[in-house]
Design a protein around this ligand. Structure first.
Ligand SMILES: Nc1nc2c(ncn2[C@@H]2O[C@H](COP(=O)(O)OP(=O)(O)OP(=O)(O)O)[C@@H](O)[C@H]2O)c(=O)[nH]1
Length: 676
């Protein structure tokens, strides 16, 4: 079973088999961590590092490579290019005037859109001393006059024969008749069903949002008549395009690396990147010298992915680090997740992008136990990734050097994990176990060299083999576009950029899309993947997009960008089937939670307990229960304070999964069954 499957024409009851597979078994109560530990965690005085000093003394300094290129020159060239492209000088203003100017520019833009240059708006604003009424009258009158002039004196068009000047009458653009007084507030798609919604995003007015209703399982599924897209976009055969563009390339996969804090995830990935030639000797030498200066040489490989000063100073990963490696058969993007429980929201956001996962456990005596049995993150991470649809798992029994490469310790850990992972919903055939040491590099990219390990493991698969043997999930390319936004930032040119993962469908340059719950229309101005520009991107790709024609305030992390011909439902209320993991207080009606859906984190309340259901059979055990306790399974309704984009699990598995958290603890995971 894959995370991205084509569900059109599928028997949904079959799909729910997978669901029972995940949630049909109980999970021990201590799967989530206690919440009352200190926020600031410092592991630099980490425990159980018996062989680090031995490693450091054995590990020869990495030789510095000859300097390659000059970063400073590149920076200067970049800065110069930026200066050249920004030749228009903004007036020098006080902070107050600057704020007044920005608000006037926004206001004018909301009426005239992109048809008038920034320079003209700024100059007119200065001329009319921030009087928005006068500025708009001036700009709109000028626009109308321009169009009238063009009507009377159409521009001559030079024909192929340069001696003969042909006059071509151009169709004038519709005059901009809008004035501030008559300007109607554009209707927001989500206002219909949610009149009481507070703090809804502003709509820019550059492109009126599509008014296609909110809520209901078919909400907004037929906007074709309202929103026109190009013929190419309307009739595109995405699967064919994918085969044309990608058939000669290696398949691409995203792998998240999870596990309890300090299990050695970053060190393992850093060393793997170094051994596969993805980190130069020069960079590694720099990390080694700098970490040595701070007395943290054991973190030198972790520094490859832990890039921020705070991460390095505290010796923990805080956000998901990204890098890529190439194996024999595929290209793999590595997502190094933070292990500490305070950063689980970041880990969840990373896991939503993953196709497969690598669970790293520390074999050191006492350390495996605290990560697995005593409320650590080993269990919670495994359950979270499974709940998010990841079903292939590689388990790395790491730091085996600290137990003298003991076969008994390896087998003991494998046995404990095997039964737990089965309960969590992983099939035995989809899970593999491998012994490693991220610090010494043992069994990472070549078969075991250490005699004590070789004695019982022989030529068993090394970590790179395990990664290479993951099956690439089938991508739902021929389904409508769904792009989940994980980041928003200002690009270098016009418009702004978002990054995220294409969950289903395809996206091409100049395509029209609908954005988030406001369903504002936008156009794709550029597409890139791994900093290389693209003309088309497909399900499974992690991409950056420059959008035009939409207000940046209407895009939020976690919102979904979708196909205008087949928009995603927008709602504030939906039903889902959940399994409750571990709650201190039983769930009752009105229970407040934080809803996690893709990268979205949104406050919500459990507004109805519809029924308690049997975990394995799905039969209703009790209608309208009063409360839900640990390990129970139920149908509940959730209500969010603002409208969100969501899909039923039966329609789009990728967008029909949710997670509920309270006070930093994951209390339930579920699947959307109905949209109200
Ligand atoms: N002996 C030994 N120590 C290791 C090994 N791998 C990592 N370490 C040490 O374990 C400590 C934590 O390593 P990290 O790689 O930062 O652990 P992490 O799992 O990425 O930590 P978080 O991302 O913050 O959860 C460091 O001091 C490493 O040097 C190993 O294979 N053997």
């Amino acid at each position: 079973m894959s995370r991205h499957r084509i569900v059109r024409g599928m028997d949904y009851s079959d799909e729910y088999d997978g669901y029972n597979d995940i949630y049909g078994h109980s999970v021990d109560d201590d799967c989530v961590s206690p919440t009352d530990q200190q926020w600031l965690f410092d592991r630099t005085g980490a425990r159980g590092q018996q062989s680090i000093s031995a490693f450091i003394s054995k590990n020869k300094d990495i030789q510095e490579e000859a300097e390659q290129g000059d970063d400073d020159d590149e920076d200067e060239a970049y800065r110069k290019a930026r200066r050249d492209s920004e030749s228009f000088q903004m007036p020098e203003l006080t902070d107050l005037d600057q704020a007044k100017l920005s608000s006037c520019v926004d206001e004018v833009r909301s009426v005239v859109g992109d048809s008038v240059s920034e320079r003209r708006i700024v100059e007119t604003t200065m001329r009319f001393d921030y009087n928005i009424q006068k500025i708009l009258d001036e700009i709109l009158n000028e626009e109308t006059n321009k169009i009238e002039r063009e009507k009377q004196f159409p521009k001559p068009k030079i024909s192929a024969n340069i001696n003969k000047v042909t006059t071509v009458v151009t169709t004038p653009k519709t005059p901009l008749k809008v004035t501030l007084a008559t300007q109607k507030e554009p209707k927001r798609g989500f206002e219909i069903a949610s009149p009481k919604v507070p703090g809804s995003p502003v709509v820019s007015g550059r492109n009126t949002p599509v008014d296609i209703g909110v809520g209901g399982d078919d909400a907004g599924r037929s906007a074709t008549s309202i929103f026109k897209v190009s013929k190419d976009q309307a009739h595109r055969n995405a699967q064919q395009l994918y085969e044309q563009e990608r058939s000669s390339q290696k398949s691409h996969m995203h792998m998240i690396v999870i596990g309890h804090v300090d299990a050695g995830k970053s060190t393992l990935m850093g060393h793997l990147l170094y051994d596969t030639g993805n980190v130069s000797q020069r960079v590694m030498h720099k990390h080694e010298q700098e970490s040595k200066k701070l007395g943290k040489q054991s973190f030198m490989y972790a520094w490859v992915l832990d890039e921020t000063g705070e991460e390095r100073a505290r010796g923990i990963t805080m956000d998901v680090g990204q890098s890529r490696i190439e194996t024999k058969s595929k290209i793999v993007t590595l997502l190094d997740a933070p292990g500490h429980k305070d950063f689980i929201p970041n880990m969840i956001s990373g896991a939503t992008q993953a196709d497969v996962a690598l669970l790293v456990v520390d074999a050191t005596r006492g350390e495996f136990e605290s990560g697995f049995e005593l409320g650590g993150q080993t269990r919670e991470h495994a359950i979270l990734v499974r709940s998010l649809g990841v079903n292939q798992l590689g388990v790395v029994i790491n730091k085996l050097d600290t137990v003298g490469w003991s076969n008994e310790r390896f087998t003991e850990i494998v046995n404990k994990l095997k039964s737990f992972l089965k309960q969590a919903g992983f099939k035995e055939s989809d899970v593999s176990f491998t012994p490693c040491s991220g610090l010494t590099g043992e069994n990472l990219t070549k078969p075991a060299q250490e005699p004590a390990l070789k004695a019982w493991y022989g030529e068993g698969p090394h970590l790179l083999d395990i990664i290479d043997h993951f099956k690439v999930p089938e991508r739902a390319i021929d389904r409508p576009l769904r792009l989940s936004v994980s980041d928003i930032y200002k690009g270098t040119g016009s418009g702004f950029c978002i990054s995220g993962r294409i969950e289903t469908g395809a996206l091409c340059l100049n395509d029209k899309v609908l954005v988030g719950a406001s369903r504002e229309q936008a156009q794709v101005k550029s597409l890139s993947m791994d900093e290389l520009s693209q003309t088309s991107v497909f399900a499974g790709d992690q991409i950056s997009v420059t959008l035009a024609g939409v207000d940046i305030n209407n895009i939020t992390v976690g919102c979904i960008i979708c196909d205008p011909q087949m928009p995603i439902p927008v709602t504030t209320r939906f039903q889902c089937r959940i399994i409750v993991f571990n709650v201190k207080v039983p769930i009752t009606m009105g229970y407040p939670v934080l809803l996690h859906h893709q990268s979205l984190i949104e406050p919500a309340v459990v507004c109805k307990l519809t029924a308690s259901i049997h975990k394995s059979t799905g039969e209703v055990v009790k209608k309208k229960p009063r409360c839900l306790g640990n390990n129970s399974c139920a149908l509940v309704e959730l209500e969010t304070s603002r409208p969100i984009c969501i899909e039923r699990y039966a329609d789009f598995k990728e967008l029909g999964r949710i997670m509920l958290r309270v006070s930093g603890v994951t209390i339930a995971a579920g699947m959307v069954t109905k949209i109200r």
